[in-house]
Structure formats: structure tokens, C-alpha cells
Design a protein around this ligand. Structure first.
Ligand SMILES: [Zn+2]
Ligand SMILES: [Zn+2]
Length: 306
């Protein structure tokens, strides 16, 4: 199943022509999830060509304006589109009140349910084959960081070998892939391990949102394929980062190194910087597998080899 991330907004505080405020789209198969939903998220989804009608859930890190003001407009648009399917919204305490206000902000009667869930870090949430774990970050408001962990995926099917063993085309192949034994055309029993490779580890994505470096995040991100981390400031403004509950690029990189992640993506850049070159060089000096996100950047997370 394809797993794709698209950065919809990579700036902090307020939107500019170059960077929208925070939002990230995660597409897995036909399902779409949003991590935060800052003002302008709907247009960013359209610009990135992400089909937002299939949005399944929104996960909020916290309710500072640059992370959440896109929800009321998104709900109203769904109403205009005639949405009937429910929308789930997850987040820290305060999520139920925020959703209630978002639904009632302008007079409209949605034809669909928006269900708010207040998440407890010790209780993972199951979302269509993804396990969502959360942890408290260290910011000026209660912030949840999230880990989206896919279950292990079935190995690759050797269709030619299956055919040679007399497995008929169609549902029998799917049953083998799901780990069941099937009977071939000549009555021979075919076991899954004869035609399906070893299962492949599920992919994992960790999203810090606004935070100072902290132990919970290092633990949450342990061994993740990808970490998206607050990188509001460069080293020159380290004090400011600490005062406002954010991280520098080098601090993000130190967390990525300690957690042993595959790739680090910096985001949530302060609008005071013209570009992210300094962030990137400071971070790469600590953790070379670092990239700087830009609005509209979209990447596929491949499954590991079997
Ligand atoms: Zn923010
Ligand atoms: Zn914040």
C-alpha cells in the first residue's frame, strides 16, 4: 500500500507568500489524514493535488492559531460538497471544545458528524492499520507529538512460482498473501511460505509539532523511518527558541541522531528567515540525513526490502 506525505504548510506563526502555516497530509492507500490544519490548508491541498474529499481524520498537536484555524473552513467546504461520511478529529484536551466551536462558528448545519477524541498518551489509537502513539512535548501550551506506525506488511508474492505450483488466479493468491494455505489445481497443498517472501516491517513517521528538545520525543521517534521536527530557529536564536518553546535546527538534528531515525525533515520555520540554508547546514553538521521541507514537497515512503 502506498504511503505518501505532502507538506502543506511549513512556516511558523503566520502565512507568507512562500510558506503557509502548519499542516501535513499523510495518504495511505485511498485514505487521507491531516496532521494539524493551519489556515489555508484547503488551498494547499488543492495546490498539491491531494483529493481532500477522502479525508478520514485530523490529528491536532495543539490549538495555537498557526496549527488549527483551517478546520472551520474545511468543515464548511465539506458541507457544500455534500459530505455524509463522518470525520474524526484527535488531539489533546480541549479538542472537543475546539471542534464544537469550529462547527458552530458560522451558521450551517453539517450533514455529517465530526467526532472529537481527546487523546491520552498512554492509549494508542488504531486508525485503519496504523497505530497512532502520542507523547507530551515541551512547549508553551500542551502539545502532543505523534508516531504513525504501520503494522508489518505481507511479503512479496512470487506469482510465477504460485502458477507453477498450480495455484489458480484470483482469490487464492490473496489468501496465500494473507497467510492461509490453499489447495492447488492438482490437489496439492500450497503453503504461504512457498510463494510469499518474508513480511516487511511497517513504515513509521513521527511528527513533533512545536517543541523544545525533550526526552519523550527522542523515545517516540526511536528507529522511525522519518521524523518531522520543529526547526523554528537557527543557532543564532537559540535563546529565543528556548524562551518560546521551540527548537533550533541543530537541536532537531541531535534528537534525530539520538533516536536513530532514517531521515529528518525540518519544518515550522520562523518567517524571519529568507530561506532555510542555515538551518539545513547547521542540522547536517549533526545529522547528515536531514532535509528542509518546503510547501508542496511530496514524498513516497517505500516499504523495506523483504
Ligand atoms: Zn506553531
Ligand atoms: Zn505552538
Amino acid at each position: 500500500m502506498d504511503l505518501r506525505l505532502t507538506f502543506l504548510g511549513t512556516g511558523a506563526g503566520y502565512p507568507t507568500p512562500e510558506r503557509n502555516v502548519t499542516a501535513l497530509a499523510v495518504e495511505r492507500g485511498r485514505r487521507l489524514y491531516l496532521l494539524d490544519c493551519g489556515e489555508g490548508t484547503l488551498r494547499a491541498l488543492q495546490a498539491a493535488g491531494v483529493g481532500y474529499g477522502r479525508l478520514r481524520a485530523v490529528l491536532f498537536s495543539h490549538f495555537h492559531a498557526d496549527h488549527c484555524l483551517g478546520l472551520p473552513g474545511l468543515l464548511q467546504t465539506f458541507q457544500l460538497m455534500g459530505r455524509e461520511r463522518r470525520l474524526d478529529v484527535y488531539g489533546p484536551p480541549g479538542t472537543k471544545e475546539f471542534v464544537r466551536r469550529a462547527v458552530n462558528l458560522a451558521p450551517f448545519s453539517p450533514g455529517f458528524c465530526t467526532i472529537a477524541h481527546e487523546v491520552a498518551p498512554d492509549t494508542p489509537v488504531e486508525l485503519d492499520g496504523l497505530t497512532v502513539t502520542s507523547a507530551w512535548m515541551d512547549h508553551s501550551a500542551p502539545v502532543l507529538g505523534y508516531r504513525l506506525q504501520e503494522l508489518d506488511q505481507p511479503g512479496r508474492m512470487d506469482a510465477e512460482r504460485a502458477r507453477a505450483l498450480g495455484v489458480p488466479e484470483g482469490p487464492a493468491l490473496g489468501r496465500l498473501k494473507a497467510g492461509e494455505t490453499v489447495i492447488g489445481a492438482d490437489g496439492r497443498t500450497v503453503r504461504p511460505e512457498e510463494v510469499v517472501g518474508r513480511s516487511r516491517p511497517g513504515r513509521s513517521l513521527v511528527f513533533s509539532s512545536d517543541t523544545r528538545p525533550n526526552r519523550n520525543l527522542t523515545e517516540l521517534a526511536e528507529g522511525a523511518d522519518l521524523l518531522v521536527h520543529d526547526s523554528t530557529f537557527t543557532g543564532e536564536h537559540r535563546e529565543r527558541a528556548n524562551e518560546t518553546g521551540h527548537s533550533t535546527a541543530a537541536q532537531a538534528a541531535a534528537t534525530a541522531r539520538e533516536a536513530g531515525v532514517g531521515t529528518l525533515y525540518l519544518w515550522h520555520f520562523s518567517q524571519r528567515y529568507r530561506d532555510s540554508d542555515t538551518h539545513l547546514s547547521e542540522a547536517r553538521a549533526v545529522f547528515p540525513a536531514t532535509e528542509a521541507s518546503v510547501d508542496g514537497l511530496s514524498l513516497e515512503l517505500p516499504l523495506g526490502k523483504d
